[in-house]
Design a protein around this ligand. Structure first.
Ligand SMILES: Cc1cc2nc3c(=O)[nH]c(=O)nc-3n(C[C@H](O)[C@H](O)[C@H](O)COP(=O)(O)OP(=O)(O)OC[C@H]3O[C@@H](n4cnc5c(N)ncnc54)[C@H](O)[C@@H]3O)c2cc1C
Length: 477
């Protein structure tokens, strides 16, 4: 059992110790700094930490953790706060450990297709710098997230269907443990089978087991040729059946995204696009030769026609492709802009691809039965769907939560997961047991071993209530 019932408040002595580790310029208790690190992009309420600290090197992180562990102070890592399940919200107060000042590329290993970086570098900025090597890091959540935050959430994105999630694109990390040790996990070799796979224990652990201070990432060559395909369908069922057929055809899409009709209407208006107001698939294909690209496009056109597509548009023009993907990448922001007086509850589940049609028709049926506004979009090629529920009041939020719960249980029943990419955070804790059963006991034992005082991002992934710890009162900023 985690052996403390209370955490220690951050006192002026502790502030002085933090300043001696990182320098006074990298420590702040200013209201504005606390509030800027109190809420992520999801629906969970804000809760500020007691102090924001910006380490600039790995040893700072290790020293802060050692001190915090000895004095029982919560430490919550923060990348850039784009999570959606409250993952970086410091709900027990304490130290908010921001990586906004650890943004260096340490070394590009161009011949090995690898890069070693500090954890606070946003992935889009990193990819911009890697362009001159002809390389890129493939996982791409829409927001300009940091590498540390992406690894900690095991983030994915539009191109995961071809290139994998974060877990598939990291080779080695340096991690600071709660007791202040700095360890390396993994290696720069593509093949590695030495001992327990600690690398993947920390990936997806949401800062609850250790803090990532450096990462070596696997890179891909920037594809020579790319195409985009848009296919509109009369029904959701036809669109979703096409997803399964494209995945089963041996074609290797680099993106395979589903957007429902209402979403498509909003993207059309917001981006001045010529889209039909129908369920739509966005696809992308990569190839080294023009012939291969053309053949792939022909095959995908045939599959879409066979499944009843009413309009298919293909392009290899880079500007047109970018315009389409810009619209898709910003679809969540577009929906938010179109509902200026609403808040949003965002769902995230994933199932094996064969179960995708059943999951989508279940969501569609519940949407009709409940007569609620809800938008669907998803990384369909990975069996991942997001349902966006706009709401204005507590009753609306409760309804969204209830339907979300039904969708999560359906996904688990279909052999899937309660979260494909956003993580457990504080929003999905109640479903972890239903998904993993007794394996949660093993997770608790790992947490106990690596963080016996429960200081690392408390209240995320695993419930702290059973340890006698309760969230401090929430405030909205
Ligand atoms: C518009 C929009 C679209 C999105 N689309 C996607 C998508 O397609 N796919 C997807 O996967 N996600 C998506 N997300 C969610 C989000 O971008 C990802 O979860 C991302 O990984 C969060 O990164 P961040 O840098 O913002 O980290 P934060 O939100 O700051 O933190 C994420 C978690 O990592 C921990 N953490 C941060 N840094 C470290 C570190 N150095 N060591 C240990 N733990 C750390 C935090 O404590 C927290 O638990 C989207 C979000 C938005 C707003």
């Amino acid at each position: 059992m985690i052996n403390t019932n209370t955490f220690t408040p951050v006192t002026s002595e502790i502030i002085a110790q933090l300043e001696s580790i990182v320098g006074a310029a990298n420590v702040s208790t200013a209201r504005a700094d606390l509030d800027l690190h109190a809420k992520d992009q999801g629906h969970h309420p804000a809760r500020p930490g007691e102090v924001v600290v910006w380490p600039t090197e790995a040893q700072h992180v290790a020293d802060i953790l050692k001190m915090a562990n000895e004095q029982r102070i919560p430490v919550t890592p923060w990348g850039v706060g784009t999570s959606l399940e409250g993952n970086p919200v410091p709900i027990f107060g304490g130290i908010l450990l921001s990586f906004e000042r650890m943004t260096d590329i340490i070394k590009v290993h161009a011949d090995d297709f690898q890069v070693t970086v500090q954890p606070g570098i946003p992935y889009k900025d990193m990819n911009e710098q890697l362009k001159r090597y002809g390389l890129f890091f493939a996982p791409d959540p829409g927001a300009n997230a940091t590498i540390g935050g992406m690894l900690a959430n095991n983030a994915s994105g539009i191109r995961t269907v071809k290139y994998g999630a974060c877990k598939d694109n990291v080779l080695r990390m340096q991690v600071a443990l709660a007791d202040g040790r700095l360890i390396h996990v993994g290696s720069r070799s593509i093949k590695q089978s030495a001992g327990y796979d600690l690398l993947h224990l920390f990936v997806g652990s949401e800062g609850t087991l250790g803090v990532i201070t450096e990462a070596t990432l696997r890179l891909m060559p920037i594809p020579a040729l790319m195409s985009a395909v848009l296919a509109h369908f009369e029904t959701v069922e036809a669109a979703v059946e096409t997803v399964v057929a494209v995945r089963g055809s041996g074609l290797d899409p680099a993106a395979l995204e589903f957007i429902d009709a209402n979403h498509t209407i909003m993207l059309t208006e917001a981006n001045n696009l010529d889209l039909l107001p129908k369920p739509t698939l966005f696809m992308e294909f990569h190839a080294a030769h023009e012939g291969a690209l053309e053949m792939g496009l022909e095959m995908v056109r045939e599959i879409c026609e066979e499944f009843g597509a009413i309009k298919i548009r293909t392009t290899t023009d880079p500007a047109e492709r970018k315009q389409l993907w810009y619209a898709r990448h910003h679809s969540y922001e577009t929906v938010i802009r179109k509902h200026p007086n609403h808040k949003f509850f965002l769902n995230d589940v994933a199932v094996p691809i064969s179960a995708y049609p059943e999951l989508i028709s279940f969501i569609e049926q519940r949407r009709i039965e409940e007569n609620i506004t809800a938008y669907m979009l998803g990384h369909a090629g990975d069996g991942n769907i997001h349902v966006e529920f706009p709401y204005t009041d507590e009753a609306g939020l409760e309804k969204a939560k209830a339907i979300n719960g039904e969708i999560v249980l359906k996904a688990i029943e279909l052999g899937g997961t309660s979260t494909g990419e956003h993580g457990i955070g504080m929003g999905k804790i109640e479903y972890l047991l239903q998904e993993h059963g007794q394996a949660v006991d093993v997770m608790r034992a790992l947490k106990q071993t690596l963080d016996p005082n429960g200081i690392l991002n408390p209240g995320k992934v695993l419930s702290m209530a059973e340890h006698g710890l309760h969230e401090l009162s929430m405030t909205t900023t």
